[in-house]
Ligand binder design. Structure first.
Ligand SMILES: Nc1ncnc2c1ncn2[C@@H]1O[C@H](COP(=O)(O)OP(=O)(O)O)[C@@H](O)[C@H]1O
Ligand SMILES: [Mg+2]
Length: 406
């Protein structure tokens, strides 16, 4: 406890942020020096590694993320195994950075989402919404002997929120501007957008999941080409967008649904892909990849148009009034930032707004989410709430995460 108190008083901390997303491609581990907290947070990116998961691990996790194919014994073991893999990733990061593990002040770990069920369902007389991230932070704290914060989403869900997205608070701390209206788009397995109108206050921030990120294209690449993803969007560039398939995809209920909203593999998994292939079998493989890649970009723009372009379409207007609408800059991060096809489509949709990658903001697009969870951990030990109720739909701001002692 003394260690925790001392840590909370420390002005500069060396923090590790760990992220492994719905793509299940690997563990992103960032070493970041954090100074201050809250609105005065300053970060210095020290080092970053992505540690791939072992062979066949992705299939194993995906099987255990789905109703019907999951196994409770596997999930129980995975909860510990993933924490062990995270521990290895922290050690690899330290080695890479030339830093001793004992010099690390704090770890912030997102965990591996295996199920996300933010909708209320009645069970045994109670309304239940839930989310499950595994790779237990207590195991991580014990194995690394570093104070670890994990399970960031649970507290927000307990208070009626979606538990997602959590990146918007981080985006607000680091990327708000008095001069321009900005949006930050992360294209991981799922895509989520944060909108920071010019001169915004925390209560003005809007953000939500827009729908699929790389998840649909990744699954189709696996089935049609036996590849994990469409490298640089090359396959999409070689195909033609098919309008009837596009129209069909644009009917997606989640894309049209009003924020707050968040989604996951439950919605865009195997049955979704099987349906597309069944109905549009007539088209060449590359046309399917092109159309679904185009849909991934278009669904982001459709969300922007519906819910961000005019604040009047939202149930609740911007807290400081009248800021909604207009966009000067959009910055893309996540693995999707490498997909030139998606980036080009976004540039076309969002013109005349400038569309670039997160690097233009001085942050690595691959490391951004890992850095975010380091900063969120720093907020937890500083006693600051980090959910934005307008974004997640929670009843109130709350301190996120579980504090696990070594
Ligand atoms: N060079 C690349 N070209 C196209 N897509 C890429 C490239 N590198 C990574 N990706 C995409 O990014 C995904 C991983 O993105 P990431 O941000 O790690 O997502 P998550 O947070 O869900 O793990 C990969 O599955 C792949 O679809
Ligand atoms: Mg990833």
């Amino acid at each position: 406890m003394k260690q925790l108190l001392e840590l909370s008083q420390k002005e500069k901390k060396l923090v590790v942020g760990l992220m492994s997303g719905t793509s299940v491609d690997g563990i992103d581990a960032e070493l970041v020096e954090i100074q201050g907290n809250g609105i005065n947070t300053k970060i210095h990116q020290v080092d970053f590694v992505t540690v791939p998961f072992p062979p066949h691990f992705k299939e194993f996790v995906l099987r255990n993320s789905q109703v019907g194919t999951s196994d409770v014994a596997d999930i129980t073991r995975l909860n510990f195994l993933i924490a062990q893999l995270y521990t290895d990733a922290v050690k690899e990061l330290c080695k890479h950075a030339g830093v001793e593990l004992s010099q690390i002040d704090l770890i912030g770990s997102h965990g591996q989402t295996i199920h996300h069920l933010p909708e209320n369902i009645e069970m045994f007389g109670k309304k239940v919404s839930a989310t499950l991230q595994i790779g237990d932070p207590s195991v991580l704290a014990k194995l690394t002997e570093v104070i670890t914060i994990g399970d960031f989403r649970v507290g927000d869900v307990a208070l009626g929120g979606q538990g997602a997205p959590l990146v918007p608070y981080f985006d607000y701390l680091l990327f708000r501007s008095d001069k321009v209206s900005r949006a930050l788009l992360n294209i991981g397995g799922i895509a989520n957008i944060t909108y920071l109108p010019k001169g915004c206050k925390e209560g003005d921030v809007l953000a939500f999941d827009t729908g699929p990120g790389n998840m649909l294209v990744d699954q189709l690449m696996k089935l049609l080409y036996n590849k994990d993803y469409d490298e640089d969007g090359e396959t999409a560039f070689s195909g033609t967008v098919r309008e009837d398939l596009m129209d069909y995809l644009m009917e997606d209920g989640f894309v049209k649904s009003v924020p707050p909203k968040s989604t996951g593999r439950e919605r865009y998994g195997k049955p979704y892909i099987a349906d597309i292939l069944e109905k549009f079998r007539k088209y060449d493989k590359e046309d399917i990849i092109a159309t679904v890649s185009e849909f991934t970009a278009k669904s982001v723009y459709d969300n922007y148009n519906r819910f961000l372009f005019t604040g009047s379409r939202l149930s609740e207007p911007a807290a400081s009034g009248g800021h909604n609408g207009g966009l000067d800059e959009l910055f893309v991060s996540g693995g999707g930032a490498h997909n030139r096809y998606m980036l080009t489509s976004l540039q076309r949709y969002f013109a005349p707004a400038k569309v670039g990658i997160a690097e233009s903001l001085g942050i690595s697009s691959d490391a951004k989410e890992a850095i975010c969870f380091a900063v969120l951990a720093n907020e937890t030990v500083s006693g600051n709430s980090a959910n934005i109720p307008r974004v997640t739909g929670a009843q109130r701001p709350t301190i996120l995460g579980k504090i696990c002692l070594p």
